[in-house]
Write a protein that binds this ligand. Structure first.
Ligand SMILES: [Zn+2]
Length: 251
């Protein structure tokens, strides 16, 4: 038997449009094996199998996500800089991560696995790494999925997501700031002495996503203000310290 990672890689390459011949050659497998994975009877059944017990929304009975804190983090990352693409036979969830922060790449990877991904792929691009996983049930977990840019359509939490974001506001905000925000030092020099005022910023074009961020910060007692239409800033010392407790500088 071949390890499931090989099968997932074959399916991922297929979804990327890699020619069949190149897939089995790259993986060093007999074409028959790869053919079965991609087109065989089991592949068809696998796609149609419902419910998929790994998916908390399709499981019978339905249940909340198995790892709610990881889910809240991944939701923040998805709303910030993630996207869901329907390929011919499967669905891809991808989050774009800055190469300067290997810790964030590892955290996104771990969150995808905790939420149900069997294997996670890292694809290096210029300056960033796309962390992605194939699973037909990503749209169940992220019903915010839809055509077009997130800031051009309404982004609302589903009823079942509300309590998760409410109870796990910290990892949710951490995911948002890791994707679309930062912590930076505002340095001011007065009479030869330099003072450092750390701040947090969160930027997003979607008024709805910005509102979700504000609501979570309110819940956590973090004071914020809008420094621009699409930019939120946290500058009060106590609030910065509060964020330092569960966000901190990106790494
Ligand atoms: Zn599902």
């Amino acid at each position: 038997m071949h390890p499931p990672e090989l099968r997932d890689r074959a399916i991922a390459m297929h979804a990327d449009g890699v020619p069949f011949r190149l897939i089995w050659r790259t993986l060093g497998l007999p074409p028959r094996t790869v053919g079965n994975w991609l087109y065989g009877e089991r592949a068809r059944k696998r796609r149609e199998r419902q419910p998929d017990d790994r998916c908390p929304r399709c499981a019978d009975p339905r249940r909340p996500p198995d790892a709610p804190a990881a889910y809240a983090y991944l939701l923040g990352q998805y709303l910030g800089d993630g996207h869901i693409v329907r390929a011919r036979r499967t669905v891809l969830l991808a989050v774009s991560c800055d190469n300067r922060y290997p810790g964030i790449i590892a955290e996104v990877d771990a969150a995808m696995r905790s939420c149900g991904a069997r294997s996670v792929h890292h694809r290096a691009k210029i300056g960033c790494t796309a962390v992605s996983a194939l699973w037909n049930h990503w749209p169940c977990l992220f019903p915010q999925h839809g055509p077009g840019h997130k800031h051009e359509r309404p982004i609302e939490l589903a009823d079942w997501q509300e309590p998760i974001v409410g109870e796990h506001a910290e990892p949710f905000v951490r995911g948002l700031i890791h994707s679309d925000g930062c912590r930076f030092d505002n340095r001011v020099t007065v009479r030869g002495r330099t003072y450092s005022y750390p701040r947090y910023m969160f930027t997003n074009e979607s008024a709805h996503i910005m509102d979700l961020c504000r609501r979570s910060l309110d819940r956590l007692g973090v004071e914020w203000r809008m420094s621009r239409r699409n930019t939120l800033s946290v500058a009060k010392r106590a609030s910065v310290l509060r964020l330092d407790g569960f966000v901190g500088a990106k790494s």
